[in-house]
Write a protein that binds this ligand. Structure first.
Ligand code: SF4
Ligand code: SF4
Length: 101
Protein backbone atom coordinates (compact mmCIF):
# COMPACT_ATOMS: atom_id res chain seq x y z
CA UNK A 1 0.00 0.00 0.00
CA UNK A 2 1.07 3.54 -0.75
CA UNK A 3 -0.36 7.02 -0.76
CA UNK A 4 -1.84 8.07 -4.11
CA UNK A 5 -2.25 11.45 -5.84
CA UNK A 6 -5.58 11.92 -7.62
CA UNK A 7 -7.05 14.39 -10.10
CA UNK A 8 -7.65 17.17 -7.57
CA UNK A 9 -3.92 17.81 -7.98
CA UNK A 10 -4.39 19.15 -11.50
CA UNK A 11 -3.80 22.91 -11.73
CA UNK A 12 -2.20 23.04 -8.27
CA UNK A 13 1.56 22.90 -7.91
CA UNK A 14 1.49 24.46 -4.46
CA UNK A 15 3.66 21.42 -3.77
CA UNK A 16 3.14 21.61 0.00
CA UNK A 17 3.18 17.80 -0.29
CA UNK A 18 6.70 17.68 -1.69
CA UNK A 19 8.19 19.76 1.10
CA UNK A 20 7.18 17.26 3.79
CA UNK A 21 8.00 13.99 2.04
CA UNK A 22 10.94 12.34 3.84
CA UNK A 23 11.89 10.13 0.89
CA UNK A 24 11.40 12.50 -2.09
CA UNK A 25 9.04 10.13 -3.89
CA UNK A 26 6.94 12.71 -5.77
CA UNK A 27 7.18 12.89 -9.55
CA UNK A 28 5.44 15.25 -11.92
CA UNK A 29 4.59 16.28 -15.45
CA UNK A 30 2.85 19.37 -16.80
CA UNK A 31 -0.49 18.04 -15.55
CA UNK A 32 0.03 17.00 -11.92
CA UNK A 33 2.16 15.09 -9.41
CA UNK A 34 2.34 11.33 -8.78
CA UNK A 35 3.76 9.20 -5.95
CA UNK A 36 6.06 6.26 -6.66
CA UNK A 37 4.41 3.43 -4.70
CA UNK A 38 7.68 1.54 -4.33
CA UNK A 39 9.40 4.48 -2.67
CA UNK A 40 6.56 5.83 -0.48
CA UNK A 41 6.99 4.78 3.16
CA UNK A 42 3.33 5.46 4.04
CA UNK A 43 4.06 8.15 6.61
CA UNK A 44 0.95 10.15 5.67
CA UNK A 45 2.63 13.55 6.01
CA UNK A 46 1.67 14.68 2.51
CA UNK A 47 -2.02 13.85 2.88
CA UNK A 48 -2.38 16.33 5.73
CA UNK A 49 -0.54 19.09 3.86
CA UNK A 50 -2.43 18.92 0.56
CA UNK A 51 -4.84 21.90 0.46
CA UNK A 52 -7.26 20.28 -2.01
CA UNK A 53 -7.52 16.76 -0.60
CA UNK A 54 -5.84 15.21 -3.64
CA UNK A 55 -3.91 12.54 -1.72
CA UNK A 56 -5.39 9.34 -0.28
CA UNK A 57 -3.99 6.27 1.40
CA UNK A 58 -4.52 3.62 -1.26
CA UNK A 59 -7.10 1.59 0.67
CA UNK A 60 -9.10 4.78 1.32
CA UNK A 61 -9.45 5.78 -2.34
CA UNK A 62 -13.09 6.42 -3.30
CA UNK A 63 -14.38 3.86 -5.81
CA UNK A 64 -14.32 6.34 -8.68
CA UNK A 65 -10.67 7.16 -7.97
CA UNK A 66 -9.29 3.62 -7.58
CA UNK A 67 -7.70 3.75 -11.03
CA UNK A 68 -5.29 6.43 -9.76
CA UNK A 69 -3.20 3.68 -8.14
CA UNK A 70 -2.26 2.43 -11.60
CA UNK A 71 -1.76 5.95 -12.93
CA UNK A 72 0.64 6.85 -10.09
CA UNK A 73 2.63 3.63 -10.58
CA UNK A 74 2.94 4.15 -14.33
CA UNK A 75 3.54 7.90 -14.41
CA UNK A 76 5.94 8.13 -11.48
CA UNK A 77 8.54 6.00 -13.25
CA UNK A 78 8.61 8.18 -16.37
CA UNK A 79 8.20 11.65 -14.85
CA UNK A 80 10.69 14.03 -13.30
CA UNK A 81 11.44 13.73 -9.59
CA UNK A 82 10.05 16.82 -7.81
CA UNK A 83 11.91 17.47 -4.56
CA UNK A 84 11.48 21.20 -3.97
CA UNK A 85 8.58 23.65 -3.84
CA UNK A 86 7.40 24.69 -7.31
CA UNK A 87 5.77 27.87 -8.54
CA UNK A 88 1.99 27.40 -8.05
CA UNK A 89 -0.02 26.99 -11.25
CA UNK A 90 -1.45 30.30 -12.45
CA UNK A 91 -4.96 28.96 -11.88
CA UNK A 92 -4.19 27.24 -8.56
CA UNK A 93 -6.18 29.61 -6.32
CA UNK A 94 -9.15 29.65 -8.70
CA UNK A 95 -9.12 25.87 -9.01
CA UNK A 96 -8.92 25.47 -5.25
CA UNK A 97 -12.08 27.58 -4.89
CA UNK A 98 -13.81 25.60 -7.65
CA UNK A 99 -13.04 22.39 -5.76
CA UNK A 100 -14.64 23.87 -2.66
CA UNK A 101 -11.53 24.40 -0.51
S1 SF4 B 1 -0.28 19.85 -2.51
FE1 SF4 B 1 -1.78 18.37 -3.27
S2 SF4 B 1 -2.67 19.28 -5.09
FE2 SF4 B 1 -0.80 20.41 -4.59
S3 SF4 B 1 0.85 19.51 -5.79
FE3 SF4 B 1 0.77 18.41 -3.82
S4 SF4 B 1 -0.62 16.69 -4.15
FE4 SF4 B 1 -0.92 18.10 -5.79
S1 SF4 C 1 3.03 9.19 2.55
FE1 SF4 C 1 5.01 10.01 3.27
S2 SF4 C 1 6.51 8.93 2.06
FE2 SF4 C 1 4.56 8.64 1.03
S3 SF4 C 1 4.48 10.28 -0.49
FE3 SF4 C 1 3.46 11.01 1.36
S4 SF4 C 1 5.05 12.12 2.50
FE4 SF4 C 1 6.08 10.82 0.97
Amino acid sequence: MSFIVTDNCQLCRYTDCVTVCPVDCFYGDETQLYINPNECINCGACEIECPVNAIFEESMLPLDKKYWSKVNAEKSIICQNITTRQEPHIEADLNKKKLGF
